[in-house]
Design a protein. Structure first.
Length: 244
């Protein structure tokens, strides 16, 4: 569904945002608050190495509410679902203390098999009970690590399966799917101005290692993991174009 169609057809409707406390999901939350009458959030605790991101969520929700009276009015309930079994069976660099590397398949060992499919399934089950038809997630296949569950085709197939399996028509919105990280910074500025960009820099967490001790111009992290490098490069391009 296009942005324009969403803006027109979703008036008075509710959305559930997959909200981790990272840059992408915070941008997606702002996107939803701009378009939907009621917006709820859902986070997942699966034993992730960077669980510090979960600690950022409430401060970010408060920060987004402070940016706009309308956003404050629209922001609804928050939900956190514990899925320890996912961490137990995945044994990846995101769920255990091991060096981040690429495997024989070409995928990094930060890939948690089935994670996004499982997240969307839990989100849809909650949305079903809450009377919500729109799910919003930060999946992207433009700037990503090759995760197959971030691909547009995967998300479309998952939407079809969930709609059929629950006999309820769901829409899954992925506003970041076809943009790179620099464009994600630009989208944040378009949605909430410099104030939202500052909030993302100061309060979100994206670093795979859960590092909050080091502060860079783009935010906090180790500066070396794939997530930090991607965020830093996107910031560099975003700022360079602004000052050109």
């Amino acid at each position: 569904m296009s942005d324009e169609a969403t803006s027109d057809s979703a008036k008075g409707e509710a959305a559930l945002v997959l909200f981790s406390g990272g840059q992408d999901s915070t941008t997606c939350l702002a996107y939803a608050l701009k378009r939907f009458h009621r917006v709820e959030t859902i986070g997942f605790d699966y034993g992730q190495r960077h669980a510090v991101e979960l600690d950022r969520r409430q401060g970010l929700r408060a920060g987004l509410s402070a940016l706009s009276p309308l956003w404050r009015q629209r922001l609804g309930a928050d939900h956190v679902i514990a899925i320890p079994a996912l961490g137990e069976i995945s044994q990846t660099a995101l769920t255990r203390e091991t060096e981040i590397a690429f495997g024989e398949t070409g995928l990094p060992n930060t890939f948690v098999p089935g994670r996004n499919i499982l997240f969307l399934t839990f989100a849809a089950a909650l949305a079903y009970r809450r009377g919500v038809s729109h799910l919003v997630g930060g999946m992207c296949e433009t700037d990503y690590s090759g995760y197959p569950d971030c691909r547009d085709a995967t998300i479309r197939a998952t939407r079809t399966a969930l709609s059929l399996g629950m006999d309820k028509e769901f829409e899954i919105h992925t506003p970041l799917m076809w943009i790179d990280k620099a464009d994600t910074w630009r989208l944040a500025e378009k949605l909430g101005g410099e104030a939202l960009v500052r909030l993302i820099v100061e309060e979100t967490h994206t670093c795979y290692l859960g590092e909050r001790g080091l502060r860079f111009e783009w935010g906090y992290g180790c500066g070396e993991c794939p997530a930090c490098k991607l965020r830093a490069e996107g910031w560099r391009k975003y700022r360079a174009e602004k000052t050109a």
